[in-house]
Each structure stands twice: as structure tokens, then as C-alpha cells.
Design a protein around this ligand. Sequence first.
Ligand SMILES: *Cc1c(COP(=O)(O)O)cnc(C)c1O
Length: 461
Amino acid sequence: MSKLDKRSWAEPFKIKMVELLKMTTEEQREKAIKEAGYNTFLLKSEDVYIDLLTDSGTSAMSDRQWSGMMMGDEAYAGSRNFYNLDAAMKKYYGYKYLIPTHQGRGAENILSQVMIKKGDIVPGNMYFTTTRLHQELAGGTFVDVIIDEAHDSENPHPFKGNIDLNKLEAVIKKYGANKIPYVCVAVTVNLAGGQPVSMANLKEVRKLTQKHDIKIMLDMTRIAENAYFIQQREKGYARKSIAAIVKEICSNTDGATFSGKKDALVNIGGFLVLNDKDAYEEASNLVVVYEGLHTYGGMAGRDMEAMAIGIEESVQDEHMKARVGQVLYLGEMMKKAEIPIVQPTGGHGVFIDAKKFLPHLKQDQFPAQVLAAELYADAGIRTMERGIVSAGRNAKTGDHYFPKLELVRLTIPRRVYTQAHMDVIAESVERVYERRTKIKGLKMIYEPKYLRFFQARFSKL
Ligand SMILES: *Cc1c(COP(=O)(O)O)cnc(C)c1O
């Protein structure tokens, strides 16, 4: 892992079908991004060459998954594909009960409603947007118990997703165990930059929570990527398979929510899994209200089949080596060019530190927003702002939140782009870096009330 070996992660597949992309000129892109109010969310996908907006639902399915789509049993109740998904879940994750949902947030809603009472506290390793919102809507309060290193973009800690046991213990002491329905452990931690949790840390958390009779619920959206980092970095795991590590993670928890749109290589789908029978019964009753019958939960039969196959493909060692290998390759290229990025490179993308990239801009001149716009204009690469625009305003004072991290996220879809695309991305970032001192800030000319980053519009200063 220390030395860059370009061949070491070569893809364990060959390409059978391609999607042609429109090539644009710099002039066309300048016009498109101006029309989009310098917001990459408002670009037409057609005008994008390499789309790194998200890794969610954007992966390429295999021929096996596509043939599975043809085997969809679209019966309202008891679809064959539900049982196939249930079997794959039990084989690879080992939980007792499966409740399919339309995507991850559907599972988060049901879990929160079943487990959280008004006034409860839910500790977790850094928040995720939809997860936290559902906890709050159910009457709970989220408390961040991630280690401090996670908030420092340059800290090279190998498991920056770890939970700080002292912080967790302090939360239990302060509020009492009966106020804490579960600890929410995310593997990997998305907002920290795709950073993993170590097995040792998870086991320590298990020991502490069991002492207080508190459950652990996993956000297992990128569990296979987390398992890859354990295999590569943690003592005693080098010879264990990803599949074995994934199952060991699950065995230290009581249930999980899952977005199939990431690890599981499908465009839509998710689920909630539980070991407790009473909680399962309540959840499978609620799923009928919000998602659909408990044997489809908002998914078509064909989508459940593709997900069952995708789960199996996601835990193959050679797949994960290529998936994370490609991301690390891009990270290495950036480091060589001395681009300031979050260290270490995470599992699903490379995060550029926009404050360090554009130090002459003040944070309320939106450095990450303007950098994302510049990357699009340079080579048609679409990325996402994760900084002051995403953070929003304080509802009481009306002031911007000024988050510590002002990042541009380059998220890599699975099995979609080639090494040559990675080279083009790195070259483009380097070009923009070379002319960084000439880049001017932005001003916001339209600001929506909720989740402003999706629809805000800007003009150049
Ligand atoms: C995407 C995501 C979710 C939500 O899943 P959706 O399928 O988008 O609803 C939850 N947690 C994490 C860590 C995610 O990345």
C-alpha cells in the first residue's frame, strides 16, 4: 500500500457496453456553468464529461445483475426476489430479519420511529444528513462522539472514523443509559471523507455499550469499503477475506440501515436489518405505512434481485481492491502534484481542501463553490461543494455557519470510469491549481430557505 503500483488494482472485469459522452469546448462549459448560477447541482448531466457529484446510485451493474433484472418477480406479496435478497443478506451480513426499503433514508425513518422516544440521545461517529434528521424527527438528539482527529484534514490517523470511548462514556454518564436507545456507528464515515472504523474500536464500543445494555445500530452503507481498510491496515486482518471481515463487523452489532446505492452496486434500494424479534415486528408493521408491503418495501422485484447479486459482488476481495485502489490512485496523483487534500484518502472519493487551495479567498466568498465551478469549466468534471454553502445558516442569528472544513468532493462511482479518466481529473485539478491566484470569489444571488446548496445561485465577484 505504501508505494504506488499502477497495475496493482487493475479492474477484475472487462467492458461489454459503453455509454457515449458528449464532448464540450471550454467556451460551452463557461456558458453552461454561468447559466447554472455556478452551482454544479444545476448543470445538465448531458453537459458533464466526468461526473463525480456522488457515488450514490451511479455505479455500473454487471451482466449478472442485468440478467437478474430480467428475473424480476413483480408479485405484490412474497416475491421470489425478496427471498433471494434475504438469503444474500443472511449469508453475507448475518442478521436475522430483513425489511426492504426504497433507499437508505427509508430504513432510517423506520428505525428511528421504532427505537427513539422523545428526549432520547443518539451518540454517533459524526453525523450524516438524512440519518440525523430522522433521529431528530423522532424526537431524539444526536451527539457526535467521533475522535478529534476526524475534524483535522491533515491528520493521517488510519482509522479516523473511530469512536472516542471517553466521549461516549461521558455521554452515557451525563444522560443515563436508559436515555440512549442505541449508538449509531457508521462504516465508513462519509462526512469525514470516507474514513474507516477499526475492528478493535468497534469491539471496545461493544464492550462498553453491553455493560450498559445499550444497542449498536450500524449505518452499513459502505461496510465493504470499511472492511477493505481493516484488511489493509489493522493487525491480524491481512489474511482475512473482505467477506469474513464484513460479517465480523455485523456480528458486533444489533442491526443496521443500508443504502444499496453505494456498496451494493445498484441504482436504487436499501433496507433495515434487525436481530430483535419485537423490534422487527414493529418495524415490519411500520414499513407498510411508509414504504410498501414488508416483502418489497418500495423496491421492484427486479431491483431486489440486482441488489442481492450486487451484495455478493461487493464483498469480493478483487472488486474492493480495484474500487478503493482507483480512489487511492487519484489521491496519490493529487498528493504528487501537492494539491491540498484530506488525508488519508478515503474509500469513496478524494476531498480537496478549498481553504488551502484558494487561501486568498474569505470563506464567505465561497472558495469550495468556486473551485467546483472552475473544475467544471476546465475539463467538464462535476464535483460537489461541502463547505459553507452546504452548512447553511444559523436559524436564530441568520448568520452563515462557518464550518472548519471547506471541501470539494470528488466522489468516484464504482466500475464506471477508467484510469485514464483519473489522469484527466488530476491533470485538470493541477491546471486549475496553477492559475489559482487569479481565481475570484462568488456572491450568492439566490438563496433557498432549505438545504440551500442544492439550488443556490451565484455570480462572480
Ligand atoms: C447515502 C447515505 C445514506 C442515505 O441513503 P439513501 O439511499 O441516499 O437514502 C445514509 N448514510 C450514509 C453514510 C450515506 O452515504
